[in-house]
Design a protein around this ligand. Structure first.
Ligand code: ATP
Ligand code: MG
Length: 404
């Protein structure tokens, strides 16, 4: 039976000192979760690498999963053969056959030998295998410094291990290794990207969406559920909360001067977020804010809004340009969903000319007209929660045609 193997390089978590064991365990747990529908994969964590070993499942199925697992900087499929020169040459040729290198590209062979009983030393082995590749591919050049293809051969006790291709991981830290936060998910382009960035940094995320029916449609809620499902690809199934925001927005519209309604609406959102944070035992709020993008995202606005809470608000996009955010949204598959045309609660109630420099004393005076505590409590109590997996909305309906 052929044995398949992938070697994982941790990247940044390899510098995490005493916590390293916890990080490695989190990564192993997440890989176990992401491959649970495949044959059981043996996970062997070491100090600097992690080995995945299995028998039958094609490499591609495992590669696809690992490409979305945070905490992996890169990984390499490794092919094991017997410690026999002909077997090693044959496997080397098979690997080159698979990648089909273009004429004129360069390669090198790098051999390592931890089993010193093997008949060839590293120089001999490199020469032998390099020559056989050179004969099979006369159009390739040898380049020791910056080769297009580097074939690594490692001679170990259990066999010879060859690898040619290296895949980039998403980097960052293992999912859940940094704690839990609540993502304010609006349905726009920015907040899903912000969520992705923090998940990549090891945060477990729950999504919170503020909806104002009937001013906002059920499709707007559906859209944020689809975005949540897309984000779940990089973590586990995500908890999703839908906060009924209509009463608060109507109260603000009735009682507060238009100029300040946006600032007060945001302050109310944060108050609800803080209450949910305690309930869900999370320690930070994540938003998609980017400095100067809209009126609520000027420094003075943010200060007036932020004043209601002391919990950390993480804004990974604060210094990112819109165009770069769009590129990221496309890469993680959220752009198309965000572009669906349904209105957000902020847009529906948007004042004509919101203050970009709201004065805190005026904001607080106006806010005193509202039953802040009661409004927050009712919104939190009526919040609806469900769990959304990566396959949400993608599972095709069962076929009942044979019953008709
Ligand atoms: P986005 O593209 O994420 O909607 P935006 O550029 O449209 O952001 P705003 O609408 O001002 O900016 O929202 C700023 C941030 O506030 C959002 O990134 C999101 O984190 C949060 N937010 C706004 N509206 C909602 C909502 N209805 N539910 C939950 N969070 C929201
Ligand atoms: Mg928005």
């Amino acid at each position: 039976m052929s044995q398949k193997q992938i070697l994982i390089h941790y990247g940044e978590l390899s510098t995490k000192g005493r916590n390293k064991k916890m990080f490695i365990n989190k990564l192993a747990e997440h890989i176990r979760y992401r491959t649970q529908d495949l044959e059981r994969i043996k996970i062997v964590p070491e100090y600097d690498f992690m080995h995945l070993i299995w028998q039958e499942t094609p490499y591609q199925a495992v590669i696809e999963r690992l490409e979305t697992v945070p905490g992996i900087s890169r990984f390499e499929p490794v092919y094991r053969v017997d410690k026999d020169l002909d077997a090693i040459k044959a496997q080397a040729l098979a690997l080159f056959e698979e990648v089909k290198p273009a004429a004129g590209s360069s390669f090198r062979v790098l051999a390592k030998r931890s089993d010193k009983t093997f008949a060839y030393d590293t120089m001999d082995l490199q020469r032998e295998v390099g020559t056989s590749l050179g004969l099979a591919y006369p159009d390739l050049e040898v380049d020791f410094k910056t080769p297009d293809y580097k074939l690594t051969i490692s001679i170990q006790k259990a066999g010879a291990y060859l690898s040619l291709l290296s895949y980039k991981g998403v980097g960052g830290l293992p999912y859940g290794a940094s704690g839990r936060a609540l993502l304010m998910l609006s349905g726009g382009i920015d907040s899903p990207v912000a969520g992705y960035q923090m998940m990549k940094r090891g945060l477990e995320i729950e999504a919170v969406h503020f909806a104002s029916p009937p001013y906002t449609s059920p499709q707007a809620i559906e859209k944020t559920k689809k975005l949540t499902a897309q984000l779940a690809q990089y973590g586990r199934s995500l908890t999703y909360h839908c906060v009924p925001f209509t009463e608060i927005q109507e109260e603000i519209k009735d009682k507060v001067h238009d100029d300040f309604s946006m600032t007060i609406m945001r302050r109310m959102m944060l108050r609800v977020m803080e209450a949910l944070l305690d309930r869900q035992q999370a320690d930070a709020i994540v938003t998609g804010e980017s400095l100067g993008q809209v009126a609520s995202q000027t420094l003075k606005s943010m200060r007036a809004i932020n004043q209601v809470t002391s919990v950390p608000i993480l804004r990974p996009l604060i210094a990112v340009d819109k165009n770069d955010i769009i590129v990221q949204a496309e890469a993680i598959g959220t752009y198309e969903i965000s572009n669906e045309p349904f209105e957000d609660c902020c847009t529906v109630f948007a004042p004509k000319s919101p203050r970009t420099k709201p004065k805190l004393t005026s904001v607080m005076e106006l806010e005193a007209l509202l039953d802040v505590e009661g409004l927050v409590e009712r919104a939190v109590t009526a919040t609806q929660t469900e769990v959304i997996g990566a396959d949400y909305g993608k599972v095709s309906n069962p076929d009942f045609s044979h019953l008709l």
